[in-house]
Design a protein around this ligand. Structure first.
Ligand code: FAD
Length: 343
């Protein structure tokens, strides 16, 4: 028997975000089944109000004035394994599962692929939205299919990997806000051991002999590295990296290098180069650890913007724009936000 999920009004969003900031959602509901989603979408259409799916709120900045729309907290649970083959298996996870629990589960099942993505906050359903990535792995390399409810067409549909338009912190889901509610993600994981260890932090640990040479060891390394990179005290909110690392064409990179010959860069697809923004903030702008009022940049990782107790969205946004302008003035580089702004 299915019961209509409760639709609430004027629910303060701050507690539903890791920045701890944001005013009320006009409408708010929790979806714990695919049936709930259909009801919620019908309601939003009747009210002619946009749909805003959220998971753990670890990549959103909600306006102080709140959001004029129907916030749907995606809580659908479930994990299953299918299509086992000699070397691989499909792991299906529903949107509401905690991402790190999914990684832990895959590692303890002896499967390889997700371990470098250990410790990323949020839900499984949000993982394909910005194509989460860390330590040389992006979820796009493991996604087999993404199942969604298409709110526009009012039907369930499936995106194959190549239909998701995955890019660096990009996907079709991020670029069609409110249309596709991800209900589950199906990943193809390897039963054979393999490791992605190009990152210096990881290769150093691998050769230290202090970790087991398996998925569990890799997961432990990643969690150890991450434990120092993000604020974890009470009263310090963040969304991880607030800014994206700039991706430049080789012409643009050459221009920047004329001025700053030391600037580090890494190949990023053919003809493009990723520049670590942390280096620019640290070495050129010297803003590592900068704090204005209730907002600052985290000392151990300047890409991480920290919201201290009492911060407002306006304060955060003004600070972020100031950083953006600083980078533009110094280098000519246009920085994009990784966080999703909701109003
Ligand atoms: C300390 C910290 C460290 C982080 N480190 C990393 C990192 O290493 N790599 C990385 O990539 N990210 C990182 N992040 C960012 C964040 O964890 C990821 O973006 C995560 O996937 C967000 O999940 P969420 O459930 O909290 O999504 P939310 O913040 O709730 O939503 C994010 C976006 O996804 C959409 N969305 C959410 N759920 C669904 C759904 N079911 N269907 C459709 N759309 C949906 C929302 O509308 C929104 O646009 C970090 C964040 C923090 C706080």
């Amino acid at each position: 028997m299915h019961h209509m999920s409760l639709i609430e009004e004027n629910i303060i969003m701050a507690p539903f975000t890791t920045l701890g900031v944001g005013g009320p959602a006009r409408y708010f509901a929790r979806a714990s089944s695919v049936e709930d989603i259909k009801d919620i979408v019908k309601f939003a259409k009747r009210k002619k109000t946009p749909l805003i799916p959220i998971g753990g709120g670890s990549n959103i900045l909600v306006s102080d004035e709140g959001v004029q729309g129907m916030v749907v907290k995606m809580e659908i649970p479930g994990i299953s394994f299918n299509n086992e083959e000699k070397d691989s298996i499909l792991m299906k996870v529903f949107a509401g599962e905690d991402w790190d629990k999914v990684v832990e589960r895959s590692v303890s099942a002896g499967l390889y692929g997700l371990e470098n993505l250990s410790g990323i906050p949020g839900t499984a359903g949000a993982a394909p939205v910005q194509n989460i990535g860390a330590y040389g792995v992006e979820i796009s390399g493991l996604v087999f299919e993404v199942e969604v409810y298409d709110a526009k067409e009012e039907k369930f549909t499936v995106f194959k990997n190549e239909e998701c338009s995955f890019g660096y912190r990009e996907s079709i889901f991020k670029n069609s806000p409110g249309r596709f509610l991800i209900t589950s993600v199906i990943m193809k994981l390897s039963k054979r051991p393999y490791f992605v260890s190009d990152y210096k932090d990881i290769s150093e640990r691998m050769s230290s002999g202090n970790y087991s040479q398996d998925g569990a060891g890799m997961r432990e390394m990643v969690l150890d590295i991450r434990s120092k990179k993000f604020p974890d005290e009470e009263g310090t909110g963040s969304v991880g990296s607030f800014f994206k690392n700039p991706v430049l064409s080789s012409d643009d990179l050459q221009k920047v290098k004329m001025k700053f010959p030391d600037i580090p860069f890494y190949p990023h697809g053919s003809g493009y180069f990723k520049v670590p923004l942390a280096w620019i903030l640290d070495k050129l702008l010297k803003v590592r650890g900068l704090r204005h009022g209730n907002v600052g940049l985290f000392d151990s990782q300047p890409l991480v913007l920290v919201a201290y107790n009492g911060a407002t969205q306006k304060e955060i946004f003004a600070f972020a724009e100031e950083i953006k302008k600083g980078v533009k003035d110094a280098t000519g580089i246009e920085v994009d936000y990784e966080v999703k702004l909701l109003s």
